[in-house]
Design a protein around this ligand. Structure first.
Ligand code: ITT
Length: 186
């Protein structure tokens, strides 16, 4: 592949993970100097599409946007599309407190990646990783809710996994690999 693709995000962890996932495909991303315009919507796909369309129009070149979140079954999918806000306000400790008394701790991380060329419609790629909410926060790697998320069948939280293992298992890994296969096949 030629030059780098612009990734509209303010989250450097997302950029690092996406680059790790895409490097076997010869694709590399750089952070775009552009605001990610986030609408309030029920789905990650709507949020990512809108932000990608606006950024592509502003910058005048193809862009990638990714919207992701933690969906907890016992909380009706909360925090879901509001994960960034929930992380900044109540954080991992607040989520653990909300889960007090629930036997069902199942949850999933989800991710919507939108690729958009200027003036075109965004193309969407989704990924999900199932698991559960741990009873205590553990681990120092990753970001966001990683210390309280256990992947399916794993006793380690995402924050205890090495970067490669997280990217193999994660919602982001699935969505960006789908994007790469589309881009290289397109
Ligand atoms: P940008 O909007 O600038 O891309 P952001 O961190 O605000 O960065 P989102 O709006 O997509 O991103 O919010 C996603 C939130 O969901 C993020 O802040 C984390 O709290 C959580 N999250 C998403 N993916 C995660 C992951 O792989 N590990 C841990 N937490 C994650």
């Amino acid at each position: 592949m030629g030059g780098k693709i612009l990734f509209v995000t303010g989250n450097s962890h997302k950029l690092d993970e996406a680059n790790r996932i895409l490097s076997p495909y010869g694709i590399s991303l750089e952070m775009a100097v552009c605001e990610k315009l986030e609408i309030q919507a029920d789905t990650l796909e709507e949020v990512a599409s809108f932000a990608a369309r606006t950024a592509a129009w502003r910058i005048g070149s193809p862009v990638l946007v990714e919207d992701s979140g933690l969906f907890i079954d016992a909380l009706g999918g909360f925090p879901g599309p509001y994960s960034s806000y929930a992380f900044k306000t109540i954080g991992c400790r607040g989520i653990l407190r909300l889960m007090d008394g629930f036997d069902d701790r199942s949850a999933s991380f989800r991710c919507a990646v939108a690729y958009c060329a200027a003036g075109a419609e965004p193309v969407l790629f989704s990924g999900a990783s199932g698991g559960s909410i741990a009873t205590t926060a553990r681990g120092a790697r990753g970001f966001g809710f990683d210390p309280i998320f256990l992947g399916k069948g794993s006793r380690l939280t995402y924050a205890e996994l090495d970067e490669e293992s997280k990217c193999m298992a994660s919602h982001r890994g699935e969505a960006f690999r789908r994007f790469a296969e589309w881009l290289l096949g397109a």
